[in-house]
Design a protein around this ligand. Structure first.
Ligand code: COA
Length: 331
C-alpha cells in the first residue's frame, strides 16, 4: 500500500518586494542578488497569516482533488513561522475548512519540513492508519527576517502550498531517505521569541523591546551553501538506489527553492540536465517548507506533470536536516 497525491493547491500573497526594494533597506543591488541567488522578487504577507495561507492553499488542493473537507483524516502543517502556538496551525486550518473528522498536528523541520511531512503522512497511509491526508507547508518568513541583515533578507519570502494524499492499495510504497545533523545546527538559527531567559532578571518585561538579532534568522551562508551542494546530490543518489530507480526514469527533481546556484550545482553533480530541475525561486525567494508544494502545484496546474512520471522531492535546511522522497505522479 502507498500514498498518491490526488490534488495540489497554493496561496501566494499579492504584495511583492523586488530586489530594488531590498536595496533601499540594505546595501545591496538587484544585480548582486540575481547573480548570487537567482531571486528577483518575493511575496510578503500583509493581511495574511501562516494559518490563513495554509487554509486557502488547502481549499484549492481539496477542490483540485474533488474531495470534501469532511473526507480528510489527517492534517499536517509544516511551518517554522506560525502565527499561533496554541492551538496548532493544523487545528486552526481544520476549523477554517470544517474538516471535522481530521486528526491535526504541526511539524517543524524548516526547509526539509514538507518532505518530512509528506513522508509522515505517506507512512500513516501506507500503514493503514488513515486513508486521506492534507499535507501543507506554510511560512511567513518575513516575520522572522532581520531586514537590516543583507546576508539573509535578500533570500526569503512568504507563501503556502498543499497536497492531498490518498491511500492507494494497488502500488507498493517507495521508501524515503532522510538525515539530520544537530551538531551543525549553528549554521542557521532563530531563537524563539518566547525565550527571554536572563532578560527578565534584568528587569525588562516588554518582549517587543527585548528582541535582538538572535530572535531573527541568522545564517552562515557559505556553510549552508557547501552543506547543500554536497548533501542534496548524495541523498538523491541514496533514495534512487534504495528504490532501485535510475536517473533516466526521473522526469523532474523538485528541489527546495533556496538558491539557483545550489540547484545548478546539484544538477551538475548528478550529471542531469537543468530541464529536469524546475525553478520558481526567482518569483518567490526561499519560502522554506512552502517551496516544494508551491512548485508542485504550479507544475500540476500548467500540465507539466503527467500520470506515471517519477519525481524526486528533496529538501534541506536548518537543523541541519535533509532528505529526499520518490513520488510517482498518478493524478
Ligand atoms: N549584497 C551585496 N554584497 C553582499 C551581500 C549582499 N546582499 N551579502 C554579502 N555581501 C558581500 C559580503 O560582505 C562579501 O564582501 P567582501 O568580499 O567584501 O567581504 C561578499 O559579498 C561575499 O560574501 P559571501 O558571504 O561570501 O557571499 P556568497 O557568495 O556566499 O553569497 C549567499 C551569500 C547568502 C547568497 C550564499 O552564501 C548562499 O546563498 N548561501 C546559502 C543560503 C541558503 O540557501 N540558505 C537557506 C538554505 S535552506
Amino acid at each position: 500500500m502507498t500514498a498518491t497525491i490526488c490534488g495540489t493547491g497554493s496561496y501566494i500573497p499579492s504584495y511583492t518586494m523586488d530586489n530594488n526594494d531590498i536595496a533601499r533597506l540594505v546595501e545591496t543591488s538587484d544585480e548582486w542578488i540575481r547573480e548570487r541567488t537567482g531571486v528577483i522578487r518575493r511575496h510578503i504577507v500583509k493581511e495574511e497569516t501562516t494559518v490563513s495561507m495554509a487554509a486557502e492553499a488547502s481549499r484549492r488542493a481539496l477542490e483540485d482533488a474533488g474531495m470534501a473537507p469532511k473526507e480528510v483524516d489527517l492534517i499536517l502543517v509544516s511551518t517554522i513561522s506560525s502565527n499561533v502556538i496554541l492551538p496548532c496551525a493544523a487545528c486552526e486550518v481544520q476549523k477554517e475548512l470544517g474538516a471535522v473528522n481530521a486528526t491535526c498536528f504541526d511539524l517543524s523541520a524548516a526547509c526539509t519540513g514538507f518532505v518530512l511531512a509528506y513522508n509522515t503522512a505517506a507512512a500513516y497511509l501506507a500503514g493503514g492508519v488513515y486513508r486521506t491526508a492534507l499535507v501543507i507547508g506554510s511560512e511567513s518568513l518575513s516575520n522572522l527576517t532581520n531586514w537590516k541583515d543583507r546576508g539573509t533578507c535578500i533570500l526569503f519570502g512568504d507563501g503556502a502550498g498543499a497536497a492531498v494524499l490518498k491511500a492507494d492499495d494497488t502500488r507498493k510504497a517507495a521508501l524515503p531517505v532522510t538525515h539530520s545533523d544537530g551538531g551543525k545546527g549553528a549554521a542557521l538559527t532563530c531563537k524563539s521569541r518566547h525565550d527571554f531567559s536572563g532578560l527578565a532578571d534584568a528587569g525588562q518585561s516588554d518582549p517587543e523591546t527585548m528582541l535582538d538579532d538572535e530572535h531573527y534568522m541568522q545564517m552562515d551562508g557559505q556553510a549552508v551553501f557547501k552543506f547543500a551542494v554536497k548533501r542534496v546530490p548524495e541523498v538523491i543518489g541514496e533514495v534512487l538506489k534504495l528504490n532501485q530507480t535510475g536517473t533516466e526514469e526521473i522526469a523532474y527533481y523538485i528541489l527546495h527553492q533556496a538558491n539557483k546556484r545550489i540547484v545548478e550545482a546539484v544538477a551538475k553533480r548528478l550529471g542531469e540536465p537543468m530541464e529536469k530541475f524546475p525553478m520558481n525561486l526567482q518569483e518567490y525567494g526561499n519560502t522554506s517548507s512552502a517551496s516544494i508544494p508551491i512548485l508542485l502545484d504550479e507544475m500540476n496546474r500548467d500540465g507539466r506533470l503527467k500520470p506515471g512520471q517519477k519525481l524526486v522531492m528533496a529538501g534541506f535546511g536548518a537543523g541541519l536536516t535533509w532528505g529526499a522522497a520518490l513520488v510517482e505522479w498518478q493524478r
